[in-house]
Write a protein that binds this ligand. Structure first.
Ligand code: HEC
Ligand code: HEC
Length: 325
């Protein structure tokens, strides 16, 4: 049977929730990818081209906005706003998720409307309230630049410049933004990597939260209802989540489960950026996703564990390569 969010949710409710659900859903530790310096030349050229494009404000309609404006790699991969500002200072309606580890996500965007980074990349570039770019203008700008044609050649074997190649390079750069943390070291056998409190947080997390926040990204694998156990108060949000895309009431408040790597650095929280602290976000998860009031100690343990999930990718990937040009 095709697994739609609805059939999947129905199956989950019918299944013995704790036994089956949690047994097969867990965290998956990650390791650092091949360092850029050690890559084959064309692969390295593709990452470097993608990095330059990611930071290039000239791709936007008015030269004001790059991918990196709303996804600041050095600050956890998001911006610090509730909702992002695009060209002309226009406010969007959703909080910008981190691009760190985005390559692990099966569902991109809060409503899962893209599934690959290649498919995703051109959407914000063309969106009127984000970068507002026009394909013809982008291609003309890249073609007349002193070094972009040579960089496309190095990455793709010939100097042809296309929107598909741009998307492919940007996706390749983002796939390199992988951040193994102390939690991964612990899961891979280094028992000293986490202190006692972080370990308590981790076991609580594995027993309760990996039902939804699972896999290598600690989330990003599924679409789930906000208010799974106890209804999310209607006055808290004007966003219908997946329902806005499917027009199906059963999809109301269904969102792509966010990845929690680096979450300690990506406040404010939730699709609308309406929650300022990690403590409150966790308290609300307990109440609405687990149907449980978590104690202060449980919340503190979870915060400690989530903080231990913060880490940076290779330093060279954080810099804006356009600065020196
Ligand atoms: C004006 C701010 C802004 C700009 C510019 C921007 N983004 Fe985003 N990005 C967002 C917001 C907000 C979302 C979530 C939107 C939604 O879910 O509807 C998002 C979502 C994403 C996601 C999905 C992440 C996830 O966890 O689901 C990726 C990947 C991404 N952007 C990459 C890019 C790339 C690549 C560019 C440049 C081509 C870019 N963004 C430009 C604000 C921005
Ligand atoms: C039934 C599924 C489910 C369970 C269980 C669950 N979550 Fe979530 N979590 C979600 C969804 C869906 C969202 C996105 C909600 C939104 O933004 O509207 C989310 C969002 C979050 C966020 C905010 C992330 C961000 O970037 O804004 C944090 C933090 C979080 N969860 C932590 C936890 C913790 C800790 C637990 C266990 C105590 C937990 N969650 C249990 C589904 C779940």
């Amino acid at each position: 049977m095709k697994s739609t969010p609805k059939t999947r949710r129905a199956a989950l409710l019918a299944a013995p929730f704790l036994l089956l659900g949690n047994a097969c859903r867990d965290l998956q530790p990650i390791e650092a990818p091949t360092a850029v310096e050690a890559m084959a030349a064309p692969d390295r050229a593709k990452v470097e081209l993608g990095q330059r494009l990611f930071f290039d404000r000239q791709l936007s309609a008015d030269g004001s906005t790059a991918c990196a404006t709303c996804h600041v790699p050095v600050e956890g991969g998001d911006d610090d706003r509730a909702v992002s500002l695009g060209v002309g200072g226009q406010a969007g309606k959703r909080n910008s998720p981190t691009v760190l580890n985005a390559g692990f996500k099966a569902h991109l965007f809060w409503d899962g409307r893209a599934t690959t980074l290649e498919e995703q990349a051109l959407m914000p570039l063309r969106a009127k309230d984000e970068m507002g770019a026009d394909d013809a203008a982008v291609l003309a700008y890249l073609g007349r630049d002193a070094s972009y044609p040579g960089e496309f050649q190095a990455a793709f074997g010939d100097a042809a410049i296309s929107m598909e190649r741009l998307a492919s390079a940007v996706a390749t750069y983002q796939r390199q933004l992988v951040t193994p943390s102390r939690v991964d070291a612990f899961l891979l056998g280094d028992e000293g990597a986490l202190n006692a409190q972080e370990q308590r947080g981790l076991s609580f997390f594995r027993g309760n939260c990996t039902f939804c926040h699972d896999g290598p990204g600690v989330g990003g694998q599924r679409l789930e209802k906000l208010g799974f156990a106890t209804e999310w108060p209607a006055e808290r949000t004007h966003d219908l989540g997946l329902e806005e895309r499917t027009q199906d009431e059963g999809d109301r408040l269904v969102f792509a489960v966010p990845q929690l790597r680096n979450v300690a650095r990506t406040a404010p929280y939730f699709h609308d950026g309406s929650v300022a602290t990690l403590e409150e976000a966790i308290q609300l998860m307990g109440r609405h996703q687990l149907g449980e009031e978590l104690t202060e100690d449980q919340i503190a343990d979870l915060v400690a564990m989530l903080e231990a999930l913060s880490a940076d990718p290779e330093p060279r990937l954080l810099q804006d390569p356009n600065g020196s040009r």
